[in-house]
Structure formats: C-alpha cells, structure tokens
Design a protein around this ligand. Structure first.
Ligand SMILES: [Zn+2]
Length: 303
C-alpha cells in the first residue's frame, strides 16, 4: 500500500511538473499570420510575439476603406496559416477575398457584432473604428488570444501571459488618455477631422466629434458637407481642425478655404493617425504609441 501511495505521489509530482512546464518559450514552428491593417497587425504581434510571424498588407498612410488586395497580397493570404482582419466592413473591398479564404483556413475578424459597446450606424452596419476605444480594443485582444490559442495550442500559456501583460498596458493607456483629455476645458473639447473615425474615442473620452466625410472614405463629400461643417466650426468657435494620415488633406483644406471666404482663420491642429499606424520605427508605429501621439496632438492644438 505504502509503495502504491509513493508511486502515485511520484506520478502526481511528475504531472504537476509537466503542467508547470507548459512552454513560455516558443517552438521553432511559428504560425504564419497575415493581418490586413497595421493596427490589427500590431495587436496580433503583441499577443503572438515570438511564436508567430506577422505580415501586414497595409502600411503607414494606407486607407483600408479603399484598399484592394494586390496579387502579391493574395499570395501572402493563400500561404498564411491564420488571417486576421478588422471587420465590420472596414476593409470594404476585400470581403469576397475573406469569404473565399475562409473555406480553407482560419480568417478572423477582430471587430465582431458581439462586442460590447459597438456603435450602430444603420440597420445592418456598425462603426468599424473600434481601436479608438481602449475598452473595445481589449475585447479585440481577447479574440486574438483565443484564435491564436486555437491555432497553436502548445503556446496557450505563452499567449495568455502576453495577453494579460498587454491588458495592463492598455489599462494604463486608458487612464492616461482620460487624465490628458481632462486638461482641455470642456468647451474646447471638439475634434474636427476628415472622416468619421473618432466617434468611439469621443464617446469614451468625452470629446465632441465632427467630420467632413462619414464612416467610410468611399463616400464622396460635397459642397453641402463643407458648408455644414463650416457653420459648425463658425458657431462653436473651434480653435483647430485636423488632417488624417490616411486621407488626402484636400478635404480639410477645402474647409479651411471656405472659412477664409468668411474671413475666419482656423489653425491646422496637425496630422492624426486614424486608420493606419505611423511608419514602422516611429513612435506612432505601434498602437499605444499611435494613440499617445494622437492625444498629444489633440491636446496641444485645443488647449
Ligand atoms: Zn476609417
């Protein structure tokens, strides 16, 4: 009996040890992951880190609403083990491509209708720009962690650790945004941009938002949109307006020129990163750096 107990104890100890040894290091078999935008790619590479390789189809300054997959992209997508995209029609011209590929591999949108706190735009459409609410981005991080774990179960503990570390970084970012935006007086907390990418940001952090174009840059803007925005700026006495890195500046320039004809001048507050990160090795080349850069630009212009 004693021998049996000792043997059982030994087996339990072994099991305990082997569970503790679930790798926090990674094997050489790296998942080949392809993401659409640089913002999605950043999230995936933080959680997957050295267990995966990530390529992103769209780099700095590229507008995902208008983006069409090139033949090189299609090759990358075909060779990928796992594909992540934003979803909610952000990549409006790639929907067929995702549909076809999803027959043969995991193709995962990180912005899904099941997320808590989505903004409905119409019957069947939601605002896809979820990354400007940190609480929404944390939900997207969970989707990425779960999908990577499903695709590479050996790295479960590793993905879990990266995910929980990142949640702490995102919480710090969230707190920093709230503190920093609070330094702008309430009547100046108005953000005017080229297209409607900042509604989640506005709702989460208490900033009123106006834009020339709607949710997608696919929709053209007309003279009436310019007049309406000019009237808003005129009546609210807004100190600055902003261009976006992934939208041609001509739209915001049209607003500035229209204000000039009313003998009003308005400061250009700077360039905001809306639908793409900055260049790879710049501060705005990561999600957290991009959000911090935007918030600093906004605060400097509106304070
Ligand atoms: Zn957009």
């Amino acid at each position: 009996m004693k021998i049996v107990c000792v043997a059982l104890l030994f087996i339990f100890l072994l099991m305990g040890c082997s569970q503790k040894n679930t790798p926090l290091t990674v094997s050489n078999n790296k998942l080949n992951v392809v993401a659409t935008t640089s913002i999605v790619a950043d999230l995936v590479s933080v959680i997957g880190d050295t267990a995966i390789t990530v390529s992103s189809l769209m780099g700095a300054g590229v507008d995902p609403h208008l983006y069409k997959a090139s033949s090189g992209d299609l090759t990358l997508l075909r060779e990928a083990d796992v594909i992540f995209y934003n979803g909610l029609h952000l990549e409006g011209k790639m929907i067929d491509v995702f549909q076809k590929l999803s027959n043969s591999k995991s193709v995962t949108p990180i912005a899904k209708e099941s997320l808590q706190g989505l903004r409905k735009i119409s019957e069947n459409f939601y605002d896809p720009h979820i990354w400007f609410s940190v609480p929404l981005w944390k939900q997207a991080a969970l989707t990425v962690k779960n999908q990577l774990t499903q695709s590479s179960p050996n790295h479960k503990a590793y993905f879990e650790k990266n995910y929980s570390n990142y949640l702490h970084s995102l919480d710090s970012l969230d707190q920093w945004i709230r503190r920093t935006i609070a330094t702008i007086s309430n009547e100046k907390r108005i953000l005017v941009t080229a297209h409607d990418a900042f509604a989640y940001f506005g709702a989460e952090y208490g900033v009123r938002i106006h834009s020339l174009q709607g949710i997608s840059t696919m929709a053209e803007f007309g003279i009436n949109d310019i007049i309406s925005l000019v009237n808003t700026i005129d009546s609210a006495n807004i100190p600055a307006i902003f261009v976006e890195s992934s939208v041609p500046p001509k739209s915001i320039e049209a607003v500035i020129n229209a204000l000039k004809t009313r003998k009003k001048t308005i400061k250009l507050g700077g360039i905001l990163f809306s639908d793409a990160l900055g260049e790879k090795n710049s501060i705005a080349g990561t999600y957290i750096g991009m959000v911090r850069t935007n918030v600093s630009t906004i605060v400097n212009a509106l304070q």
